[in-house]
Write a protein that binds this ligand. Structure first.
Ligand code: SAH
Length: 372
């Protein structure tokens, strides 16, 4: 029997092609998307306006598989975090951050990460694998369900940021179709300004992205000069700052965007001096750029410390004085390790250890999975 196709992995064009392949009309794709994304229904037998034999065919050839929840946690500030299973021994995370005027879901694009940024806990576990399009889309679908979305109700996830585990542009092939489903009016119907892709700076892929989509772009800059940035974000050795910035301005021109958000993690005595703020301002002043300062979130074993509040305020004020829009990101969910850069470290380690213990006694991978 052929493997079933997970419909969450197909953007509109793919779903139309799939319906044709099943001998059905492409407009069935619209009906399917309506059930999947507007009504939050994933059971074919409940899709009442689809012909019975088409539903039977779907049951045979297709599925709507969601990532399985391993654990769910809620922080004292209302931030929620889910650990989702990738396979028997690997898991990835997503975080929901409720605010007065919006609900932001921070999703993962890979299990682990290969980019090796020196201050990031995801980097410490190395790279495991790319998430599929269905696993990326499935995060938003699942969060909506877990947060109580119902058809006709108010939107709960209003913003999606690809700022969880992984480097989204290193998983370009699976990420781009997911972006299309986020923006499609038959899909999650999010506005392009409410979907943000954050990258550590894969320059060729930024140019490619400009041909594919117009979502908001965030770039992890973290240093005003190449010597320091190459230490913090090793991909800089391949694509230095000047090249990266050129790609950013190209993206804005090409996609008619407003500005690129530059993320800048505040590390005490590393990148947080007023002189470094002025150097950063020289790179960005007069450009379509905003800076988002992220207080460093520590994790076990890191040599870095968070900059003090006064240093962060001073850095921000230097930028503003030089004409650069700058804000400081409020830390959310740190009591459950859900803050920026904290994803996966400890929780994944614990999962692996527990799983390892179980595998020792389990007969097969299948019983190991069942034991989790
Ligand atoms: N790989 C992408 C997506 C990750 S987004 C990227 O690099 O942009 C997560 C953001 O949090 C990035 O800006 C990342 O540099 C930052 N970050 C990583 N570790 C952090 C930590 N320990 N404290 C604060 N921010 C961190």
């Amino acid at each position: 029997m052929p493997e079933r196709v997970n419909l969450l992995g197909l953007p509109r064009t793919g779903l139309e092609a799939f319906c044709s392949e099943l001998g059905s009309k492409p407009f069935r794709a619209r009906q399917l998307m309506n059930w999947l994304y507007k009504r939050g229904e994933h059971r074919f037998e409940h899709m009442s306006d689809l012909a019975r034999d088409f539903r039977a065919l779907l049951a045979e050839r297709a599925e709507v598989e969601l990532p399985e929840i391993v654990t769910a946690q809620q922080a004292s500030d209302g931030t929620r975090k889910w650990l989702l299973r990738a396979d028997a021994s690997q898991a990835f995370e997503m975080v929901y951050i409720p605010e007065a005027d919006r609900g932001t879901l921070c999703i993962s694009s890979q299990v682990g990460c290969a980019l090796d940024c020196s201050f990031c806990s995801t980097a410490q576990q190395g790279f495991n694998r790319n998430l599929s399009t269905a696993e990326i889309v499935g995060q938003v679908w699942l969060a909506n369900r877990e947060l109580g979305f119902h058809p006709g109700g108010a939107r709960i996830v209003t913003n999606v940021v690809l700022m969880g585990m992984g480097e989204p542009l290193a998983n370009f092939r699976n990420v781009v179709p997911a972006l299309h489903i986020f923006l499609d009016d038959l899909g999650f119907d999010l506005s392009r300004r409410r979907v943000t892709l954050s990258t550590s700076g894969l320059v060729p892929q930024i140019y490619k992205l400009a041909q594919e989509t117009n979502v908001a772009l965030a770039v992890s800059l973290h240093a005003p000069d190449d010597a320091l940035r190459s230490q913090l974000v090793p991909i800089n050795r391949l694509h230095p700052i000047a090249e990266l910035l050129e790609a950013c301005w190209h993206y804005i021109d090409e996609r008619n965007g407003r500005s690129v958000t530059f993320e800048y993690v505040m590390l005490a005595d590393v990148n947080d001096s007023p002189a470094q703020a002025r150097a950063l301002a020289r790179l960005l002043a007069g450009r379509p750029a905003k800076v988002n300062l992220i207080p460093f979130n520590p994790y076990p074993g890191t040599p870095y410390r968070r900059s003090g509040e006064a240093a962060i305020a001073r850095f921000r004020d230097e930028l503003i004085r030089a004409g650069v829009i700058a804000t400081t990101r409020r830390t959310r969910g740190d009591d459950i390790d859900a803050a920026c850069g904290q994803l996966a470290g400890r929780v994944i380690d614990r999962t692996i250890v527990r799983l390892g213990e179980r595998i020792k006694t389990a007969q097969t991978a299948r019983t190991a999975r069942a034991a989790l």
